[in-house]
Design a protein around this ligand. Structure first.
Ligand code: 3PG
Length: 385
């Protein structure tokens, strides 16, 4: 693909599609990770003397309808503090925008435009007509074939990959194509069903596949243990057995249980074979977490998505804490992605110790699953001419 930093952007109208889909609370951005990751791209385009527009979706509004709660205004406020140039929000922009160098124009939430989500051709052409150069930099939305990601890339005079998108793709390729071994994957989260494809693909390439959270409970049940009232999916036990035959999937020997799912529930540490009918497993036990820590310390590549226990509850945080610290202390090339994973990284303060933190949730998983990201495929097609 053509990369933004290979182009001369001076005097050009540049449209950057970023993923600024950040959480907003009381009109303020409550987690700025995605904006921080996009800032260098915006700054580089401004520094080159381009006339810069940036756009994104935010949330999932009813398509085609403006709604205050999904406005990019909080993002504009944030950018105004972060940048030294004036930042302006444009609401009506589809028929053209007045632009100048040394200012940033933010185009309002693309999902307020009818046709955005179905990759409408007329809308894609309108986005394309706004700019001389389209920069696709929204890795987090690259798995969506929508007008502002895929369609505009098809019709823009020049379509290129932004530095964030390029960095994400390079980091993922480093972990997945020819990784330094052992490659250890950690997949946590509540349900096997939502992560089945990613488990399937990682079980084919990882030397060890660590499962955590509700996912792990299904595997524990598959190994013949009683999981009581634990979150698990009995219908997926055959799948779990099949994956265990295919790949080394270490299972917990001890767990922390509770008789209710609550912040204040007391934790009982016990052998995995002793879980009773009225209990639920909410975290790994210390012995199991230390075993995983050992595996992670010896890894050369780590792919991490999802916590291994209910880390939001203080009494059930220890397993994720031990695993997270082991990933942080490991010399492996480590890559982490997904909303819950990033929250855990923040909570344990290990941000600087992970080799690469992806801004993608769904896009990260789809890439790991080996799926083609439509917006990236379009950039590749355009580069071939
Ligand atoms: C995300 O948060 O994963 C991306 O911004 C995509 O958002 P979407 O799932 O609403 O398309």
């Amino acid at each position: 693909v053509i990369k933004m930093n290979e182009l001369d952007l001076s005097g050009k109208r540049v449209l950057i599609r970023a993923d600024l889909n950040v959480p907003v609370k009381n009109g303020k951005v409550s987690s700025d990770a995605r904006i921080l990751a996009s800032l260098p791209t915006i700054e580089a385009a401004l520094a080159q003397g381009a006339q810069v527009m940036v756009t994104s979706h935010l949330g999932r509004p009813t398509e085609g309808e403006y709604a205050d709660e999904f406005s990019l205004q909080p993002v504009v406020d944030y950018l105004q503090h972060a940048l030294s140039v004036p930042v302006r929000l444009a609401r009506d922009y589809l028929n053209g925008v007045e632009l100048a160098a040394n200012e940033l124009v933010v185009l309002e939430n693309v999902r307020f435009n009818k046709g955005e989500k179905k990759d409408d051709e007329a809308l894609s052409r309108q986005y394309a007509a706004l700019c001389d150069v389209f920069v696709m930099d929204a890795f987090g939305t690259a798995h969506r074939a929508q007008a502002s990601t895929h369609g505009v890339a098809k019709f823009a005079t020049i379509a290129c990959a932004g530095p964030l998108l390029s960095a994400e793709l390079e980091a993922l390729a480093k972990a997945l194509d020819n990784p330094a071994r052992p490659l250890v994957a950690v997949v946590g989260g509540s349900k096997v069903s939502t992560k089945l494809t990613v488990l399937e693909s990682l079980s084919g390439i990882a030397d060890q596949l660590v499962v955590g959270g509700g996912i792990s409970n299904t595997f524990v049940a598959a190994a013949g243990h009683n999981v009581g009232k634990s979150l698990h999916e009995a219908d997926l036990i055959p799948e779990a057995k099949r994956l265990m035959a295919k790949c080394d999937i270490p299972l917990p020997t001890d767990v922390r249980t509770a008789t209710e799912f609550s912040e204040t529930a007391a934790a009982t540490l016990k052998d995995v074979s002793e879980v009773t009918d009225n209990e639920q497993i909410l975290d790994l036990g210390d012995e199991s977490a230390e075993q995983l820590a050992e595996i992670l310390k010896n890894a050369k590549t780590i792919i991490w998505n999802g916590p291994v226990g209910v880390f939001e509850f203080e009494n059930f945080r220890r397993g994720t804490d031990i695993v997270a610290r082991a990933i942080a202390e490991s010399d492996a090339f480590s890559i982490a992605g997904g909303g819950d994973t990033l929250a855990a990284i923040d909570l344990f303060g290990i941000k600087d110790k992970i080799s690469y933190i992806s801004t993608g949730g769904g896009a990260f998983l789809e890439f790991v699953e080996g799926k083609t990201l439509p917006a990236v495929a379009m950039l590749e097609q355009r580069a071939k001419g």
